[in-house]
Design a protein around this ligand. Structure first.
Ligand code: HEM
Length: 234
């Protein structure tokens, strides 16, 4: 048994006598294409924002490179085993996920039972659009939400913090099914990039993050920008 498709095919076989089974070929095709759509645009957009922040914030990039050099070295690529030791790098990825907030408004959810929340009556059947942005940028939670500050996710002992308000993948039982895969992909791509390349603004220019707006589409994307990538010699 290798993956999701194997498990699904097995369930199709086990349910073949049941007329109303949802384990059908059509359902398998749709689910797999859902995973591709939900899993590619989101991760690539986050990596694009990360590249922009790395190029614009040279001091942060230098600190990530120092951490990678100290813990992994430059003779081999960073692996998932190194992940828990690359605390500043992880905090950087979390801050990218918070600030870039690519899924600003989460997927619609239906209220399952009559609910009272903070004085509001929400009848059963109401469609709710959770506003993730209002949590990731709440000054009462973060203090200075507009600042790009990976340190906010590290405590005084140097341990990575996981605040419950950090919800770029939303929260609850129907939160993003791809969160752990996405966190692995972001880590592997971003560490490999910084280990091998120095990312900078184009020669003779500066990159001002505040001038590079986001565009709202399927996800929140940065407007096109240029950077310089130079192979590291260290
Ligand atoms: C940086 C990357 C990603 C972010 C920020 C992200 C964010 C989200 C958010 C906010 C939701 C809505 C959750 C809800 O409304 O409760 C969601 C749902 C979902 N995501 Fe992701 N996602 C990412 C990557 C991925 C990947 C890599 C996959 C799959 C391989 C994936 C598959 C899905 C699916 C299938 C859903 C719908 C889940 C459901 O309705 O039960 N996502 N994602």
């Amino acid at each position: 048994m290798e993956d999701f498709i194997d498990v699904f095919l097995l369930e199709m076989k086990n349910n073949q006598d049941q007329k109303d089974s949802t384990f059908t070929k059509n359902q398998l095709n749709t689910t797999v294409s859902d995973l591709f759509v939900a899993g590619t645009e989101t991760t690539t957009t986050t990596i694009t924002w990360a590249v922009l922040y790395l190029a614009a914030k040279q001091n942060i990039q230098a600190r990530i490179f120092r951490e990678i050099k100290e813990i992994v070295g430059t003779d081999r690529l960073p692996s998932l085993q190194d992940k828990r030791n690359l605390v500043y790098t992880e905090a950087f990825i979390m801050e990218v996920l918070r600030v870039c907030n690519i899924v600003t408004v989460s997927l619609p959810h239906t209220c399952a039972v009559d609910t009272k929340l903070q004085g509001f009556d929400i009848p059963k059947g109401t469609t709710l659009l959770p506003d993730i942005d209002s949590v990731l940028f709440d000054p009462k939670i973060w203090g200075d939400p507009e600042e790009f500050r990976p340190e906010r996710f590290i405590d005084e002992q140097g341990t990575l913090l996981k605040p419950e308000e950090f919800i770029p993948f939303f929260t609850g039982r129907r939160n993003c099914v791809g969160e752990s895969l996405a966190r692995m992909e972001l880590y592997l791509f971003i560490t490999a990039l910084v280990q091998r390349l120095e990312l900078m603004p184009p020669e003779g220019t500066t990159l001002n993050i505040n001038e590079i707006d986001g565009v709202f589409g399927l996800t929140h994307n940065p407007k096109p920008f240029e950077i310089r990538a130079i192979l590291r010699k260290e």
